[in-house]
Design a protein around this ligand. Structure first.
Ligand code: CP
Length: 320
């Protein structure tokens, strides 16, 4: 694993990171996992720093995991949701961010429905900004924890591995961030779904991105299957006849799993729609890494917080 001199104040997208930066985050996360297994699950690295969680869209995993990560590193945390904030009274997101910065906040974790919102904030404040999902654009820490999980299960070298994303690719910030990172790591990315949810332009991004409309043909070749939720909230109307039809063509249940490699890894960023893109038997089965993804997210987010705060202290990193 490579070691680099991290200089970024923000983490906004994986499109802008190079391979060494991605591997550096993963390597740092590996060194931090041990903190969660100690009897006192805390390290002092961010003591005296303040992290604000600015969440303008719902979240269970990302918000909780960032808060836990910050508190495990001894930072103070504040949460501000859309409901609680003065953006409801017409304040712009930039004014909100500048006011928060004026209170001495060091790191802002931002989730917002508008693509580019985190970047806009980062350009207007001196505090560090981490993108926790900007509409359908990117979700960098989700892709990093996905890749961390794949490396734990398949080994560090993902080159040539066939990694699939099935479902609502057109609205998926998770798929986009993964595409940017996985192609840099040499993996083959297979995007599978109905034509209405699979923008043809994605195949032009990289020679290792492949588009498929028929799942069963490519299924036996896949090393990893990432299932994606149909994002009803981002669609004007459904882009396919019915959820039942979608499940029949693209849902992964035990019958379909039996057509895949015996050791294929099943992943899902959550939240899951059980019975639509994934059956309960598969979600809770032995090949599922879904809860491992969530656990790994904590270490990845601790790493990101330390790196953007320029506060990595080698003495708190366990030997990987
Ligand atoms: N994967 C993910 O972003 O989940 P949340 O929406 O619960 O944060």
């Amino acid at each position: 694993m490579s070691e680099i001199n991290w200089t970024r104040k923000d983490l906004l997208s994986l499109e802008e990171l190079d391979k060494e930066e991605i591997l550096h985050i993963i390597n740092t996360a590996r060194g931090l996992r041990d903190i969660s297994n100690r009897s006192i699950r805390k390290a002092p690295a961010l003591r005296g720093r303040v992290v604000v969680l600015l969440f303008f869209e719902p979240s269970t995993r990302t918000r909780t995991s960032f808060q836990l990560a910050a508190e495990r590193l001894s930072a103070d945390t504040i949460e501000l949701t859309e409901k609680m904030s003065a953006t409801r009274k017409g304040e712009t997101i930039i004014d909100t961010a500048k006011n928060i910065e004026a209170m001495g906040v060091d790191i802002m974790i931002v989730r917002h429905s508008a693509p580019g919102s985190s970047k806009l904030i980062a350009e207007n404040v001196g505090s560090s900004v981490v993108n926790a999902g900007d509409g359908p654009h990117e979700h960098p820490t989700q892709a990093l924890l996905d890749i961390f999980t794949m490396m734990e299960r398949l080994g560090d070298d993902l080159s040539g591995k066939k990694i699939a994303f099935i479902g609502d690719i057109s609205h998926s910030r998770v798929a986009r961030s993964n595409i940017f990172a996985l192609t840099k790591l040499g993996a083959e990315v297979h995007l599978i779904g109905p034509r209405t949810l699979l923008p043809g332009s994605l195949k032009d991004y990289h020679q290792n991105v492949h588009l498929h409309h028929h799942l069963d043909k490519i299924l036996p070749e896949l090393d990893v299957i990432n299932l994606l939720r149909i994002q009803m909230e981002r669609q004007g109307s459904t882009n396919f006849p019915s959820l039942r039809e979608y499940n029949k063509l693209y849902g992964i249940d035990e019958r379909r799993l039996s057509m895949a490699k015996p050791d294929v890894l099943i992943m899902h960023p959550g939240p899951m729609n059980r019975g639509v893109e994934i059956s309960s038997a598969v979600a809770d089965g032995s090949q599922s890494a879904i809860l491992e993804q969530v656990s790994n997210g904590l270490a990845v987010r601790m790493a990101v917080l330390l790196l953007v705060a320029n506060a990595v202290d080698p003495s708190i990193l366990a030997k990987a």
